[in-house]
Design a protein around this ligand. Structure first.
Ligand code: ADP
Length: 582
């Protein structure tokens, strides 16, 4: 991401896009602006009132009763306070609504994103882009918008007045603007550059923190605290330097523009005096002109001051909205499988290469699983077992070959229809920081009776009963309060709860003791014939009762048959078995 600074034009599409999120709530922004304008309108009334009080209040024949003084003053301040409150409230209302819409769109993009997005995203980046960035970007821009409106309108009014009183001199004044614009452009370019680098540095820093929070056990067991501390200090130091550069670039713009303005002003005053001597402009007119000009310049300075927040806001928004552009998962199929789904699987000549992979992960793999069969995939690691499982669920697409479920090509099915057929226990167990019940019934309507049955089958029910809060017990981030075996059994219960026709157990019982493993196997055996079951296991004891065993090597099936048949064959499987027996 960090590369050349984004050109002004590069931020334009971001601005346009962000506007589509602001647009539905633009009335809030307008209302906030009106409230701010109301608050500003009370300002001149206060000195005016003071003037009145000073000039007339001491006279014996004052034209107003004394009680009116506090009444009017208090009312005026109350009014100003009310307008100020409304302005802030409405502004934050608008920001809040816009941020909510943006965050939802970003989360949506994340949920739909193609697998590649996840393998390429730095750790913690998704959190930053969905949670922190929208708020920062929208706040910066909304605040700038208010300043633009609040100072822009009076600036236009003053400009009109100037043109009305002395158009020649006003036009001359405007001629100094290009110089100002040039300087601001230079400064702004620098702001964009350092801003982008600072944004990337912040994402990197989130990654470091994310690593430590996720892998805290690993960090401690490796005594890697000093290493992580150093890594953090380096990244944070980089961010600090970039942030300081950003601040310096921001801070530079104001004095520079002031200097240019002052130069312009002195020129104009000299010109006005010259013009006055020629054409007889009165000192009063001259004073009015210069006063209005000074007012315009002060407003204009506020306007130029918002260039930086706008640029910074757009940089943050751009980083965040890259997520919106992440290609979504391809889902061209529309079909549904005819009910009832039997769970028959036919893989024909599947080929798959990962980008950057050494060779093909699947190299013409074919296999057939009858409905209700229990089959096992075995073979050395890297043989392609997980890749088969990913392709089956449509988590990746094969380069060639086809997948048929109940004789229907999976490409004609929608991904949702395809994925509904599978309940998977994968190698890396993922649990949610929620109750046991919510973990078993993940994303489905919780049914405690069915959850109990699933937990019994997964040999976890006895444990659940020992817990004071039972099914409602919370299990901590990724099930951190459970043992490895318990986490695995909970994942099994979750798969069993999902009443899918095809079950996939990828090394699902590797962390179980022999007793629990036997209990799970017995439960699975009760479903044999009703469910298609695909087992991946290194422990050959787990797979010997399978109806059919497929031995994979280098992305293809090299042997297939029952345990007895394969032993008799005396090939790779027999070699694996004798190795395991040693
Ligand atoms: P198994 O599950 O049998 O261990 P995999 O299906 O995980 O095998 O891997 C098959 C091959 O594909 C391996 O050589 C592995 O290095 C490679 N591979 C798997 N996932 C990726 C990936 N995301 N990017 C690149 N190569 C991968």
């Amino acid at each position: 991401m960090s590369g050349p600074p984004p050109a002004r034009d590069e931020l334009k599409p971001t601005a346009r896009r962000l506007w589509t999120f602001f647009k539905p709530h633009r009335r809030g922004l307008l209302a906030a602006f009106l409230a701010y304008l109301g608050a500003a309108a009370t300002e001149p009334l206060i000195p005016h009132l003071l003037n009145l009080v000073l000039d007339q209040g001491f006279a014996a024949t004052a034209s107003f009763p004394l009680w009116m003084v506090p009444a009017v003053l208090i009312s005026l301040f109350a009014l100003r306070g009310l307008f100020g409150f409304l302005g802030q409230y409405l502004l934050h209302w608008t920001i809040g609504r816009t941020v909510l819409d943006l965050r939802r769109a970003l989360m949506d993009a994340l949920l739909r994103a193609d697998a590649r997005a996840f393998t390429q995203m730095p750790g913690g980046a998704a959190v930053t882009k969905v949670v922190a960035d929208p708020q920062q970007a929208v706040s910066l821009l909304a605040l700038s918008a208010v300043v633009l409106l609040r100072d822009g309108l009076p600036a236009i009014a003053l400009l009109g007045y100037l043109l009305y009183t002395n158009w020649q001199l006003t036009l001359l004044t405007l001629a100094t603007l290009p110089a100002l614009a040039l300087v601001l452009r230079k400064v702004n370019r620098r702001v964009r550059k350092v801003g982008s680098v600072a944004y990337d540095a912040q994402i990197q820093l989130s990654g470091v923190v994310d690593d430590v929070a996720r892998a805290w056990r690993l960090v401690r067991s490796f005594n890697a605290e000093p290493h992580e501390r150093a890594r953090f200090a380096e990244t944070a130091g980089h961010l600090r330097r970039q942030t300081l550069k950003q601040a310096a670039a921001n801070a530079m713009s104001q004095p520079l523009s002031q200097l240019i303005s002052a130069a312009g002003l002195s020129l104009i005053v000299a010109l006005a005096l010259y013009q006055g001597r020629q054409t007889g402009v009165t000192p009063g007119e001259f004073a009015a002109f210069v006063t209005a000009l000074l007012g315009l310049m002060s407003r204009a300075r506020h306007l130029t001051d918002v260039a930086q927040p706008i640029t910074n806001g757009l940089i943050v928004a751009r980083g965040s909205m890259e997520l919106l552009d992440t290609p979504a998962e391809q889902d061209p199929g529309r079909g549904e499988l005819p009910e009832p789904v039997r769970g028959e699987i036919l893989l024909q000549d599947l080929r798959l290469s990962y980008p950057g992979g050494a060779g093909p992960a699947l190299d013409g793999l074919s296999l057939q699983v009858q409905a209700g069969q229990t089959v096992a995939l075995v073979g050395p690691s890297g043989a392609g077992k997980s890749s088969v499982i990913h392709l089956l669920q449509g988590l990746a697409q094969p380069d060639a070959g086809s997948i048929l479920i109940d004789g229907v090509d999976s490409r004609t099915l929608s991904l949702a229809a395809l994925r509904r057929q599978f309940a998977v226990v994968s190698q890396d167990i993922v649990l949610f920081d929620d109750s046991l019940l919510a973990n078993v019934c993940y994303a489905q309507v919780p049914d405690p009776a069915r959850a109990e049955a699933a937990l019994r089958d997964a040999a976890l029910w006895d444990f659940v009963q020992t817990l004071p809060e039972g099914l409602q017990t919370r299990i901590g981030a990724n099930g951190s309060t459970l043992s490895g075996g318990q986490r695995q059994r909970l994942a099994i219960a979750r798969a069993l709860y999902r009443d899918a026709p095809i079950w996939i157990f990828d090394e699902a019982t590797s962390a179980l003791d022999t007793e629990s493993e036997r209990a799970v196997q017995e439960a699975l055996a009760r479903h044999q014939g009703h469910k298609t079951l695909i087992l991946i296991a290194h422990r050959l004891s787990t797979v010997r009762h399978a109806d059919r065993i497929f031995v994979l090597q280098a992305g293809r099936v090299v042997e297939a048959g029952t345990h007895a048949e394969l032993l008799a064959l005396g090939g790779s499987y027999a070699a694996l078995v004798s190795l395991a027996a040693e």
